[in-house]
Design a protein around this ligand. Sequence first.
Ligand code: NAP
Length: 310
Amino acid sequence: MSDTLYDVLIIGGGPAGLTAGLYTSRAKLKTLLVERMILGGQVMTTTKVENYPGFPGGIDGPDLMMRFQEHCQEFGLETMTGEVTGLIAKGDEKIVTVDGVEYRTRAVIITTGAEPSKLDIPGEVAFTGRGVSYCATCDGAFFRDVPVAIIGGGDTAAEEALFLCRFASKVYMVHRRDELRATKVLQERIFANDKIEMVWNSTVEEAIGDNSGLTSIVLRNIQEDSTRALDVVGMFVAVGVTPKAHFLADILDLDAEGYILADSDCQTSITGVFAAGDVRKKILKQIATAVGDGAIAAIVAERYLDNLGH
Ligand code: NAP
């Protein structure tokens, strides 16, 4: 067990976690932020962020998150890489297990975010990394002058479809309804792009390929109840996100989809444990709302520690 007793331990280093860390370290609370991969979260895989205030013309996701990190460094936020596997609340003290080592803290802010959901169809796992991808920003450039499909009708699918047009010869946008969920400005760009062909009312039933990788996907037209093969060598899945809170299922109250239930003060079912950002059940998942959550969680945690007699 680590000797240090932290005031606040933040799990996750996306916009919510970094904002919480900025506020708590600026408030001189002894804070440790633990991130499993690289700081920045999902935004690191976003080419251009157009709706975060203060950046007219947009800003690249990694550039924005680098600014968040630099800002946290100004206030001396301590960060480490590691995977959190456990959380125990022992009254006023919490024990967080990171890579098998126990860390003591008085408050915890969970900002683990969400990860892309899977389709759960035959062939999906077998061809992941060989044609099937969950991140166009990461893998799109490997698909030059070839036909690809993007699955989904939300903001992520729309942004990724537009990004894929830079490389692919053709982008099929496969959506299970006849209307996109994506915001209107993205819809307009999708419909105006000659490289994108909409495939409405359709779901993917199977990913098919050979030793070279993915060669086609089997589509089902829900309205006509018919199937057909679509020849594509890339399939980008953008059918929403799944919260990363499964490791807390026995500890905290989650909803049926696995989101952490927390009130508008980000307080979870355990006093002194807060949840902020995409992992928290709420109506809008944006960088702006993650930042808002991170700030709230930090300030409420500070008040909680004051009441404990910080
Ligand atoms: P989303 O908004 O939940 O959209 C998921 C899409 O996938 C929907 O169109 C949904 O269809 C479809 N879908 C879900 N399950 C499916 C399945 N099993 N098979 C086929 N299609 C399926 O997810 P998202 O686009 O990843 O966005 C997540 C959140 O981040 C949203 O709140 C979004 O606004 C936000 N976001 C914002 C921006 C931005 O502001 N620039 C960018 C990216 C993401 P239905 O429409 O029929 O439900």
